[in-house]
Design a protein around this ligand. Sequence first.
Ligand code: COA
Length: 339
Amino acid sequence: MHTTSVALVGLGSYLPPQRISNEALCERLDTTDEWITSRTGIRNRHWAGPGVATGDLAVEAGHRALKSAGLEAGPGAVDLVVLATTTPDNPCPATAPDVASRLGLGPIAAYDIAAVCSGFLYALAAASAQITAGQAQRALVIGAETYSTILNPTDRTTNVIFGDGAGAVVLSAASGQDEAGLLLAVELGSDGSGRDLITIPAGGSRQRATTPAPDADDRYFTMRGKQVFTQAVNRMTESSQTVLDRLGWAADQVDWLVGHQANARILNAVARGLSIPAERAVMNLDRVGNTSAASIPLALADAAGDGSLTPGARVLLTAFGGGLTWGAVALTWPDIVAA
Ligand code: COA
């Protein structure tokens, strides 16, 4: 039986211009550059300015991904938009239809995915499954975040870690089995019993915005760092290993490990657990911090831009996030220029 393959054919990224250094955070929080760099590896992150929403970043990254794929933003460019985000423009409606509309893509299917830092891999899985099922030919898959809008200004742990940004890829139906850019395996998982480890307690149906008004702090993003750390290492290592086993790839056949940019110590531990040398683990968190659903496409854009990712390279993506959720995706790198 003939099955449709799915190829990555375009990649774009966008960072809001305002860069926030560790030193800038030290001016208003009880922290030090030494603590932040040694515990996380992060030196800078970008935060969107007042009035800039996730959808604004997503439109920029979407434009660039379409351009990278040789497509004009307009009707017929793609027939599906999937947007992964933790920070939608509004609790209702989803942000993806607005992004599709602003890109002039016509009355196509568009929806959000909420899987926190694993969101981009969940979105890749959903879009590629729709293409494989014949429900779409080409999809724009975006990861976009403005965590600066949900951080508790007094919480030093989350402030130093999270950044804003957006990355996007174009996926397309492909007939060949051996062309570069093919998605080769997808593995996803979740464990809702860990829901409290990463959460915004209020604002949903469990703790409504109406009376009695929720505690102000409950409207902010919260994280239990230590427990998250251990879970992130274990889940990303396990799901990556599952994908490697399914494809019959040995660790030395992976050219690049592109993990969710949570923390340099987490990424190094995952690489070590998979026996992949640290030099083959892409790391850009020193410049952008943890950008949650935007993390993997931003890391891909960085590695493509500096020439690390070359056509045909075997790439392993892996992520972990709130939910708890996690996943891994393997692909061969396409012959594209990131925009
Ligand atoms: N500056 C200075 N000290 C800080 C600090 C900061 N920005 N943030 C926390 N600390 C303090 C803590 O209060 C704690 O103090 P205490 O020992 O007096 O209680 C101390 O540093 C150690 O905290 P701990 O949580 O044990 O540190 P850690 O080595 O686990 O590092 C994280 C903390 C948050 C960096 C780490 O747990 C982490 O990266 N977790 C995963 C985060 C993540 O990636 N989340 C996204 C989900 S994918």
